[in-house]
Unconditional design. Structure first.
Length: 267
């Protein structure tokens, strides 16, 4: 059995915990180390169980604690070479990842990370580079796709393989367009290298899921341009239009922006 916890999901900081019976990893490290340690204590967990950190891309809300966490806990950090270079350049990362703790991944190339088989894959976004991760533990396929400009064939393929899926539902288009953001930022967000909106998220799931998809979590919601209940209802309505019923065909949850989710058990 796997256990999954979101420690935070949004522009304030992203970090996800995945645990197998004898191993555990973090995906992204954008939550402060002190807060992360508190969350672990609150759930009766120990950071000593974590043996690896996977990084999706080099925006601050995904990496600001990666150097401190990696060096303090002596954890290897897996990322593409371009993302590692971006971490080095990012002034928000006060402590950089030590050279001996850097591990390099390549999109489409599976690698053994402890007891997990991890395959990174390219995700379009306006960072220097960005990947999603397909993580296989035993017979279970867990997939995370965040900061998504548009859905590619590769992303569609990975959704189709997933038993458990974390996918971005960043914004509601109407809220964004009628909101306070300057036009250049609105244009960036809706571009093919920006973020996935609620409707497109629902379409991505509906068009590509298979019957074995059990649970979907919506991640990286905008504080200004979305709302958890709106994201859930929009995605649920899109799925229903395809004959997919939430609660019957799959489970759907929205990850909190600044708080842990609680523990989800993945069978």
């Amino acid at each position: 059995m796997l256990k999954f916890i979101s420690m935070g999901s949004g522009s304030s900081g992203n970090c996800y915990y995945l645990e197998s019976e004898d191993d555990a990893l973090l995906i992204d490290a954008g939550v402060g180390v002190r807060g992360l340690k508190k969350h672990f204590r609150d759930y009766g967990l120990s950071l000593s169980r974590v043996h690896h950190i996977l990084i999706t891309h080099d925006h601050a809300d995904h990496i600001k604690s990666v150097g401190s966490l990696s060096n303090d806990q002596h954890l290897p950090v897996y990322a593409t070479r371009i993302v590692h270079e971006g971490i080095d350049r990012n002034y928000c990362v006060a402590k950089k990842v030590a050279a001996d703790l850097r591990r390099y991944v390549e999109p489409g190339v599976p690698l053994q990370v402890g007891t997990f088989v991890v395959t990174p894959f390219t995700v379009p976004h306006d960072s220097s580079d960005n990947v999603g991760y397909e993580i296989v533990a035993g017979d279970v396929v867990f997939c995370i796709i965040t900061d998504v400009g548009h859905v590619t064939d590769e992303i569609a393929f990975r959704i189709g393989r997933a038993h458990y899926l974390v996918i971005e539902a960043n914004h509601d288009v109407e809220m964004l367009m009628n909101g306070p953001y300057p036009q250049h930022l609105k244009t960036r967000i809706v571009s093919g290298s920006g973020h996935l909106n609620n409707n497109l998220c629902g379409e991505a799931i509906a068009n590509n899921m298979r019957e074995h998809l059990r649970h979907v979590w919506l991640c990286h919601l905008s504080e200004e341009n979305n709302h958890p209940e709106l994201a859930r209802k929009t995605v649920e309505a899109v799925l229903r239009s395809y004959g997919i019923i939430v609660g019957k065909d799959l489970q759907l949850d929205v990850l909190k922006r600044t708080m842990p989710t609680g523990i989800f058990e993945l069978e």
